[in-house]
Design a protein around this ligand. Sequence first.
Ligand SMILES: Nc1ncnc2c1ncn2[C@@H]1O[C@H](COP(=O)(O)OP(=O)(O)OP(=O)(O)O)[C@@H](O)[C@H]1O
Ligand SMILES: [Mg+2]
Length: 252
Amino acid sequence: MSAGPKIVLDRVTKRFGERAILNGVDLSIEAGESLAIIGQSGSGKSVTLKCILGLIQPDAGSILVDGESVIGLRGKDQERVRAKFGMLFQGSALFDSLPVWRNVTFGLTQGRSRDTAHMKKVAEENLERVGLDGKILNLRPNELSGGMQKRVALARAIAPRPEIIFFDEPTTGLDPIRADVINDLIVSLVEDLGVTALTITHDMASARKIAHRVAMLYDGRIIWEGPQDRLYDSGNPYVDQFVQGRADGPIR
Ligand SMILES: Nc1ncnc2c1ncn2[C@@H]1O[C@H](COP(=O)(O)OP(=O)(O)OP(=O)(O)O)[C@@H](O)[C@H]1O
Ligand SMILES: [Mg+2]
């Protein structure tokens, strides 16, 4: 285990065709830290996350995880690095054709023997962690409410006990109470299990609750970062406009 930061992005750039989406993203996340990224729709938050996950290749710059470059990894090296990651995708991304228990254990069953009773038990334990009842084990995701689907996706993300978890808008579409259940879960993953967390969110209450530090992505760069308690006192007109949700200001 290296002593440096858990994740470091250095001048990461990414364009799609003529459009530069990331224009030199610099970001560093310590082990056990919870960082939230905020920014407008389409500003490249999910793209940033996918670059770290290795799902999108950046055009330039470097991305280190535990001091190791993760760009362009293949085969066993890629598997080894991906085993550190858990991911809650924007919009849950569950398999509707599979029962809940298979969704939750999906990342555990590949290449291993399938002891159904054991896998159901593992699924149940992880569902309980996210506040869901084992009674839903055999249901299909499309038989659940959106909030329950989100929690099933969260149970899937934590099942392999990853070192780093990425949450892409974990509270979007949930009622305020369910959203806070997810917030508490993220806090407990970080505090009790020592997980490093990177969360994308449009929910400022959630950002303040779950993150130690917040970074704002704008115009392809991180234009501000600071402790969560400075979010409403950043001294940055872009951050002010964004967190206050004002139509007028430097952001057009
Ligand atoms: N694979 C791709 N090919 C082409 N363009 C893409 C691809 N992925 C993302 N984009 C574009 O990059 C831009 C940033 O997308 P991204 O999904 O990162 O936005 P975001 O900040 O996560 O927004 P939101 O808050 O709405 O989820 C968008 O304009 C999107 O259309
Ligand atoms: Mg997104």
